[in-house]
Ligand binder design. Sequence first.
Ligand code: MN
Ligand code: MN
Length: 285
Amino acid sequence: MDKIIFADANSDYEKAHYVICGVPFDGTSSYRLGSRLAPDEMRAASYSFETYSSFFDYDLADVDIHDAGNLEVADRIDETLLSISKHADKFVNDGKIPIMLGGEHSLSYPFVKACKNKYPELGFVVLDAHMDMREEFMNEKNSHACISRHVIEDLTIKYVSIGIRSGTRDEYDYVSKNKIRMFSAEDVHTKGIEAIISEFHDYIKGPVYLSIDMDAIDPAYAPALGTPEPYGITPRDVRAVIASIAPYVVGFDLVEIAPAFDSGGTSVLGAKLVRDFIAAHARTG
Ligand code: MN
Ligand code: MN
């Protein structure tokens, strides 16, 4: 099969400001497998859109984007994280904005770490249905159910999560004990996303990594997920977060789509959010 690149990502690496890469790995996924197929599904879906975004009044044809393809993965998560970290470090040290298409959520770690090494004051904003605050899950420390815990404990305490509606009692205790800034899907529903954004916007100003676990979004909009969770936020809520913090973002990922579980709509939405991020970021220079 010919390799497919993300739409409008035809710039050389040297020239590009944005570098897209796929990480086709779903080895620790606990419920439904298949997110390893998401990078290429999103690439295919990315051709359904105009280059011009009316919402952001920006044309992606004017941006230098490179698609580095899918990074090599191993059978095990530990080796996979090690091998992709070399690429993450290179992209960030070369002055690129990395855009990682997962794959599962544990893959964010080396990208966040690469950004943290370059920007010591890095903040982290994550959209997710799940806490991901376990120390380990099914005997695996690098499970996708642990990513937020590792980011907070190893990389940055400047942390905000949005869309949360699932966790163990221990995870909820950990969050309240450590006064972690967490906005639930119910908070978004009752207060509105703009009110939520204004609550964390000043806190997060400065270099920030934005991680979108697609299951933050309600399964009615995004049914093709590894671990779907009802009562979610909407695609417009996610776009509002992207629009408000894009100017500060130094690294971005979108993870946890399992394409087999719908007729393509979730990958279309994922591809759109990636394009919206680039437009929102690029228009601010
Ligand atoms: Mn997650
Ligand atoms: Mn999740």
